[in-house]
Design a protein around this ligand. Structure first.
Ligand SMILES: Nc1ncnc2c1ncn2[C@@H]1O[C@H](COP(=O)(O)OP(=O)(O)O)[C@@H](O)[C@H]1O
Ligand SMILES: [Mg+2]
Length: 191
């Protein structure tokens, strides 16, 4: 592998951490507004979305917006033993609990599981993207496993700096359908 994925993940996280708070807020807001302009958003009744942890683009505001619009919000819980994810309906941020790495996940005692077939649009997180929709994740392969069987729409949100020309893609990697950054939005099949 000519470019080490681990090194690339670290480099990208370091670059993202250099965004000032105002930059982070403004760019996250631009990304969110751009998402709201798409049919992937307007047509979705159930949105699958991770609860962001800075310096990833903010999704807390997107969750609030979805609630405002009467959409159902489902958020993932990782099952480390099986490396699978399950999505659970989130109706209050207070139904989240802090798990490993300071990530926020739905508390299983306070939330109900929702089957993947019920998700209309899934917002897929990642650290880096290529124009053709392939993504470098956080290293767990959770979304690659999930996307193997998922049939709904997919979109990723990223800061423009996270779109790079190339990184290693493996057989198990699954591309997303659309990428939205603070500067542009495109369907990856057309890239
Ligand atoms: N569908 C899958 N079935 C089995 N293992 C998988 C699958 N998808 C990913 N993996 C494994 O998960 C690990 C992490 O995948 P990788 O693509 O490097 O991470 P990420 O997508 O989070 O950047 C790899 O060891 C990979 O073999
Ligand atoms: Mg992958």
């Amino acid at each position: 592998m000519e470019i080490d994925k681990k090194v690339l993940r670290k480099q990208m996280q370091d670059r993202m951490k250099e965004l000032s708070k105002p930059e982070y807020e403004q760019l996250s807001y631009q990304i969110a507004c751009s998402l709201y302009s798409t049919p992937l958003w307007s047509q979705a009744k159930t949105i699958g979305i991770t609860v962001s942890k800075a310096p990833e683009a903010d999704t807390w505001q997107i969750i609030r917006k979805a609630w405002d619009e009467g959409k159902r919000v489902v958020v993932p819980k990782c099952i480390p033993q099986s490396k699978q994810m399950e999505f659970r309906e989130l109706n209050s941020f207070m139904d989240l609990e802090s798990v490993f790495y300071g990530l926020w996940e739905p508390n299983p005692e306070k939330t109900d599981e929702v089957r993947s077939e019920e998700i209309d649009t899934l917002i897929v997180p990642g650290l880096a993207y290529m124009k053709n929709g392939f993504r470098l994740g956080f290293g767990g392969g959770y979304y690659d496993r999930f996307l193997e069987h998922y049939k709904g729409r997919t979109v990723s949100l990223a800061f423009e700096m996270q779109v790079i020309t190339r990184f290693p893609v493996e057989n198990h990697d699954k591309p997303v359908e659309m990428i939205i950054t603070d500067q542009q939005l495109w369907a990856t099949g057309d890239a």
